[in-house]
Write a protein that binds this ligand. Structure first.
Ligand code: ASP
Ligand code: MG
Length: 419
């Protein structure tokens, strides 16, 4: 017997028929002899609809009341799933955030889970009852409803799994696992049986939006084994216990497995960044600080940065990237500080894409970056900026070349599936 936390996303919960399918999957998991808790999202589109109601009611809405409104989407689906399970003859009940309770801080609309009291849940699960828990919500120290930020149900599921010491947290979604790259770009992309927490973090933060990034950090910290798998399956599908999806594990577990490791695990493309170049900046101490200090103060996340060497004139150029959504704000702010920063021109460009190759294998191998640069050069793809971490190399290129870049890199690192 194992203890399993199962999580179902919004597309899996959208409507009675899909909830029945989910209930079938949950029932089968319990019939395999496991103790089961289920964490659910609101129906697809529901949270957006509720957010809109808040905006219409009061443009300057109180985040505490916003949480009361948006948390309702998950309240509905948790009750519906419990009802559906009961209709199938299972013992099941819902546990709202405040009933568990899932304690969070009071940062409404982006609260952090502080502690989950698992006693009642454990007793109910041990008695053969399926615990159905709405994701995304908790309760503040003041006893008010909180929500965790968009996509937060993944984090709820991992936190519940950690609290009940689950053997596995299965995240059921509309894809059947984590792929070497986006299968819509590269038909030869392969599903990965195993990926490490760190790789998943890098892949999640560079645009492969399978899991909320925070949930992966939490899983890594709490050592929760997470499987990503599809909920769009029928009764003949292989059991979740045979790990048909992608299992996210620690480095140690990966090394202990007999999986043959590729040097590179995956390639991600991210079109959500924009580039700013400041020309003719005085090359003196403090010049860069005068740019990035104010950006940081207004919470604009700078990712890649390059500073050119000084021209004879004692001036230099600095290029960096910011999230596309923050480009207008960043631009306005820098123009305003023009005399303090002391630059000649500002060039903004949102026609860029960040391509990243990710893999723990590169820790022990030289030449990953060189292969990447040469492969792109051979195709005439110009690299605008570069950044690296221990397990990732990213380059910034023109958006139009995204698909080509991903495809040639997928091939050169040996990731293409056999035909
Ligand atoms: N329903 C919430 C959202 O759409 C939480 C989630 O589904 O993860 O952000
Ligand atoms: Mg989600």
């Amino acid at each position: 017997m194992a203890r399993i936390v199962m999580k179902f996303g919004g597309t899996s919960m959208a409507g009675s028929e899909r909830i029945r399918r989910v209930a079938g999957i949950v029932k089968r998991q319990q019939e395999a002899g496991h103790e089961v808790a289920v964490v659910v999202s609101a129906m697809a589109g529901e949270t957006d609809r509720l957010v809109n109601f808040c905006r219409e009611a009061n443009a300057l809405y109180d985040p505490a009341e916003y949480d009361v409104v948006v948390a309702s989407g998950e309240q509905v689906t948790s009750g519906l799933l419990a009802l559906t399970l009961q209709a199938m003859g299972c013992k099941a009940r819902s546990w709202l955030g405040w009933q568990v309770p899932i304690h969070t801080d009071d940062a409404h609309a982006s609260a952090r889970i502080e502690d989950i009291d698992a006693d009642a849940l454990l007793a109910s699960m041990a008695a053969g009852e399926i615990a159905v828990i709405p994701g995304f919500q908790g309760v503040s120290p003041q006893g008010r409803v909180t929500t965790l930020g968009r996509g937060g149900s993944d984090t709820s599921a991992v936190a519940v799994a950690a609290a009940v010491k689950a053997d596995r947290c299965d995240i059921y979604t509309d894809v059947d696992g984590v792929y070497t790259t986006d299968p819509r770009i590269v038909a030869k992309a392969r599903k990965l049986p195993l990926v490490t927490y760190e790789e998943m973090l890098e892949l999640a933060s560079v645009g492969s939006k399978v899991l909320q990034t925070r949930s992966v950090s939490l899983a890594m910290k709490e050592k929760v084994r997470v499987q990503v798998l599809s909920s769009f399956i029928d009764e003949s599908a292989p059991a979740a216990d045979t790990i048909p999806g992608t299992l996210i594990v620690s480095d140690e577990e990966l090394e202990g497995s007999d999986m043959e490791r590729q040097l590179i695990t995956g390639i991600a493309a991210d079109k959500n960044e924009a580039k700013i170049t400041l020309t003719g900046i005085a090359d003196r101490p403090g010049a860069v600080a005068s740019i990035f200090g104010p950006l940081a103060d207004s919470n604009i996340n700078v990712d890649m940065i390059i500073q050119n060497i000084s021209h004879d004139s004692g001036k230099t150029d600095v290029t960096f990237t910011v999230p596309k959504a923050d480009l207008p704000r960043a631009q306005a702010m820098i123009e305003e500080l023009k005399s303090t920063i002391d630059f000649e021109g500002l060039i903004a460009d949102s026609n860029v894409a960040k391509i990243s190759v990710v893999g723990v294998g590169m820790r022990s191998h030289a030449g990953v970056a060189a292969t990447m640069f040469k492969t792109l050069a051979d195709r005439g793809i110009n690299i605008i900026a570069i950044s690296t971490s221990e397990i990732k190399v990213s380059v910034l290129i023109d958006t139009d070349e995204t698909e080509l870049a991903v495809r040639v890199l997928h091939t050169v690192y040996g990731l293409d599936a056999a035909a």
